[in-house]
Design a protein around this ligand. Structure first.
Ligand SMILES: NC(=O)c1ccc[n+]([C@@H]2O[C@H](COP(=O)([O-])OP(=O)(O)OC[C@H]3O[C@@H](n4cnc5c(N)ncnc54)[C@H](O)[C@@H]3O)[C@@H](O)[C@H]2O)c1
Length: 252
C-alpha cells in the first residue's frame, strides 16, 4: 500500500471527486479526515471507508472560515496524531459573466476556492514542517489554465489556485513539503449538473457536450482520485509546483 501510516485531510470530501479521493487514499492505507460543509454526507463517506476496513473521521466545516479550518487541523491531529497529506478540493462554481456577477458571489467563490487553500496551508504547514514534510494537492481546473465562458469568478479563482500552488511549492519545498495542483476537465459529478441548472440547459445536452474531447467521454471521479493518490504518495517524490492536467485531452 502506498500510503500506509499516513494521515490525510480531504476537503469537499463528500462530493464527487472528494469522495472518490477519500476512498482511494484510504484504500492505499491512509487514515482520512473527510471534511465537508455537508456533515451528514461526510459521515456517510467516512462510514463507507470504515466498512471497507479503513480508518476515517468526518468533520463538518466551511473551508472559507479560519476558525473552521483551525478546528479541522486540531481535530485531525487529535484523532490521527499527525497530518501528512492534504487534498484541498472543496469548490463551487457560478456560471456568470463579469456583468452578471455580484460582488457577494465573487467573494463567495474566492472564499471557498482560494481563501480556503491559503487558510489550510497557513495552519497545516507548521504541522507538516515539524514532522519533516508532507504533500499538499490542490484542485484547480482546466479552466484555471485556459479560461472558459460564463464563469468569470470560477476561472479567476482556479487560475489563482494554480499559481498559489507554485508559490507554496517555492516557499515550503525546503521544509520537505510538496505542493501540486490537479486540474480536471469535465468530470461526472454533481457540479456539472449544477452548471446545467445555472445555465438553464437540459442536463443530457450539457453532459453530451462535456464528452466532446479526444477520449470521447467525461472523466470519472476515480480517474482524478488516481492522480491525487500519486501526487500524495512518495511515487511523486520529485514533483512539486506542477499543474497536472487530467482531462481526456480537452485542453491540448
Ligand atoms: N466536476 C468537474 O467537471 C470539475 C472540473 C474541474 C474542476 N473541478 C473541481 O473539483 C472540485 C470538486 O468538485 P466536484 O466536481 O467533486 O463537485 P461536487 O459539487 O460534487 O463536490 C464539491 C463538494 O464541496 C463541498 N463544499 C462546497 N462548499 C464548501 C465549503 N464552503 N466548505 C466545505 N465544503 C464545501 C460540497 O458540499 C461538495 O460535497 C472542485 O474544486 C471543482 O471546482 C470539478
Amino acid at each position: 500500500m502506498r500510503l500506509e501510516n499516513k494521515q490525510a485531510i480531504v476537503t469537499g470530501g463528500a462530493g464527487g471527486i472528494g469522495r472518490a479521493s477519500s476512498l482511494a487514499l484510504a484504500a492505499e492505507g491512509a487514515r482520512v479526515a473527510v471534511v465537508d460543509l455537508d456533515g451528514a454526507a461526510a459521515e456517510r463517506v467516512a462510514e463507507e471507508i470504515r466498512a471497507a476496513g479503513g480508518e476515517a473521521i468526518a468533520i463538518a466545516a466551511d473551508v472559507s472560515s479560519e476558525p473552521d479550518i483551525e478546528r479541522v487541523v486540531r481535530e485531525t491531529q487529535a484523532a490521527f496524531g499527525g497530518i501528512d497529506v492534504v487534498f484541498n478540493n472543496a469548490g463551487i462554481i457560478r456560471r456568470t459573466t463579469a456583468v452578471e456577477t455580484t460582488v457577494e458571489e465573487w467573494d463567495r467563490v474566492f472564499g471557498v476556492n482560494v481563501r480556503s487553500i491559503f487558510l489550510m496551508c497557513k495552519h497545516v504547514v507548521p504541522v507538516m514542517a515539524a514532522a519533516g514534510g508532507g504533500s499538499i494537492v490542490n484542485t484547480g481546473s482546466g479552466w484555471g489554465l485556459k479560461g472558459g465562458g460564463q464563469a468569470i469568478s470560477y476561472c479567476a479563482s482556479k487560475g489563482a489556485v494554480v499559481n498559489m500552488t507554485r508559490a507554496l511549492a517555492i516557499d515550503h519545498g525546503p521544509q520537505g513539503i510538496r505542493v501540486n495542483s490537479v486540474n480536471p476537465g469535465d468530470v461526472n459529478t454533481g457540479m456539472l449538473r449544477e452548471e446545467a441548472r445555472q445555465l438553464g440547459q437540459a442536463e443530457d445536452g450539457f453532459l453530451a457536450e462535456a464528452a466532446d474531447r479526444p477520449l470521447r467521454r467525461m472523466g470519472e471521479p476515480r480517474e482524478i482520485a488516481s492522480a491525487v493518490v500519486w501526487l500524495a504518495s512518495d511515487e511523486s517524490s520529485y514533483v512539486t509546483g506542477s499543474a497536472l492536467v487530467v482531462d481526456g485531452g480537452g485542453i491540448a
